[in-house]
Ligand binder design. Sequence first.
Ligand code: NAD
Ligand code: MG
Length: 398
Amino acid sequence: MNQGGKKPRVLTILGATGTIGVSTLDVVARHPDRFEVFALTGATQVERMVEQCRTHRPRFAVMSEPAAAATLRARIAEEGLPVTVLEGAAALTEVATAPEIDTLMAAIVGAAGLPATLAAARAGKRILLANKETLVVSGQLFMDAVAASGAELLPIDSEHNAIFQALPRDFDGDFQRVGVKALWLTASGGPFRTLSAEAIAAATPAQAVAHPNWVMGRKISVDSASLMNKGLEVIEARWLFNARPDQIKVVVHPQSIVHSMVEYADGSVIAQMGTPDMRTPIAYALGFPERIDAGVSALELMGKQLTFEAPDTARFPCLQLAFDALAAGGNAAAVLNAANEVAVARFLDGAVPFNAIAASIAHALDTLAGGPADTLDDLLDADRQARGVAGAYLEARA
Ligand code: NAD
Ligand code: MG
C-alpha cells in the first residue's frame, strides 16, 4: 500500500555492492511502498550485483570497471533480467543525475565518488552522503553547489547523522542564533586504542581491519585504526554544519553507543544513542522527516558502562594532520585525503608499515599544501599530485 497516497522515492545507490550499499538495500526492502530503485552501481563485484538486480530490479546497473560490466552483461542476459548494464565513470554521473530520480545514496568509497556526487548536488537531488571523502576533498565547492541548486544534504556518517538529529530542525549554520557552543564527535578509538606506539607501528592489515564495534569496508576500517576516519569526520563536520575548527571536539567513547553530541550555551548536551548499526542513520535519512523501521535491534542499556576519554594525537598523528589540513585550507584537505587513500592501499597490500600512513600524508602536505581549491579541476589536480607524491614517498620506504 502506498503511504497516504504519496509517490515512492526513486533512488540511485552509488556503491550498492559495498557495506553501506547493502545496508541501504536492506532498509529499502523493508519499505517496498516507499522506495523504488532506479540504478545500482558497483566496481568489480559482479555476482553480488547480479543478486541485487534479481532482488531489487533496478532499471540500470553500472559497473565502473568495464571488464566487470562485460561479465555482468552476460550474467544479466543469462538470468533474463530486465536491467540495462552501463559502464565507466561517466555512467555513474548519468545515473546520479537522471531526471527520474529524486534521491541519491552516495556510498562509493574515496574521492572516486566525487564527480558523480557533485553532479547530483548541482542537479538539486536529495543526497544521502556516506562518501565523506567527497566533502573532505571538495568542501566549499560542494556546499556552494548544494546551496545554489537547492539540493538537500542528509548525513549518513553515524556521527554527523547524530549531530543532525541533535540540532534544531531549522538549523541554518548559525551557531549563535540557536545557542550551539560545540559539536562533539565520538570516536570508538578503533582496534589500536590501548596499544603502545611500538605495537601500532608493527600492526598488520588483519589487525587493522578488525574493528571492535562496526562492520565496514576495508579502507574505512584502516582509517578507524589510524583515527584518520575521525580526522576526515572533523573536516566533514566543518562543511556540513558550518562549524569553525575550534567548535569541533573529539572524544573517545569505546562502546560506540553515543554516536555524537551537540553542546548548547545553557549547558545542555544533547546526544543521540543507539545500537551501532548503520541502518539507523540510513533509515533516518531515507525516511526524513519521518521515522521508519530499520530492522535494528533495540539498544540494551542495562548493565552497560559508557566511558569517555581524550584522543591521543601522539600515538594517532593522523587526527592532528586532519586538523592541520583544515587550518591550512585551500587544497590541503584534498591532498590529505589522496595521500591517505594511497597509503592505506599500500598498507593493505602489505607493502608499507602502519606508521608510514601518517608519515606519507605529512610529507604530501609539506610538499603540496597551499594550492587553490576553487574548481573541480583544481581539486582533481591536487588529488592526482598528492597520489604521485605520496606514492613515491612510500615506494622509497617499501
Ligand atoms: P565498501 O568498500 O564496503 O564499498 C565501497 C563501494 O564503492 C563498493 O560498492 C565498490 O564497488 C564501490 N567502489 C569502490 N571503488 C570505486 C571506484 N573507483 N569507482 C566506483 N565505485 C567504486 O565501503 P563502505 O564501508 O560501504 O563505505 C562507503 C563510504 O561510506 C565510504 O566513504 C565510507 O567512509 C563511508 N562510511 C561507511 C561506514 C560503514 O559503516 N561502512 C560508516 C560511515 C561512513
Ligand atoms: Mg563515522
